[in-house]
Ligand binder design. Structure first.
Ligand SMILES: [Cu+2]
Length: 73
């Protein structure tokens, strides 16, 4: 958890092993693309503890609907 006086951002490096994806947890940050052979970075800075739900936001194949995300902090 973070507050403006004492920010504690979490940094992520996003990699894809197969096809294009999009990491999206709406309460934490905007969408960030994952592209094979192209590492991408993002950060998030939640202001409360909780379980934050997201979903891959790029159609990535027949299993796309199963790409639920949970960030716990
Ligand atoms: Cu997907």
């Amino acid at each position: 958890m973070s507050d403006p006086a004492h920010p504690k951002p979490t940094f992520l490096q996003l990699l894809s092993a197969d096809t294009d994806h999009s990491f999206w947890v709406p309460e934490l940050a905007g969408k960030t693309d994952l592209i094979p052979n192209h590492p991408n970075r993002m950060w998030m800075d939640p202001d409360r503890m909780g379980i934050f739900v997201g979903q891959c936001a790029q159609y990535c194949g027949t299993q796309h609907a199963k790409m639920l995300l949970q960030c716990v902090g």
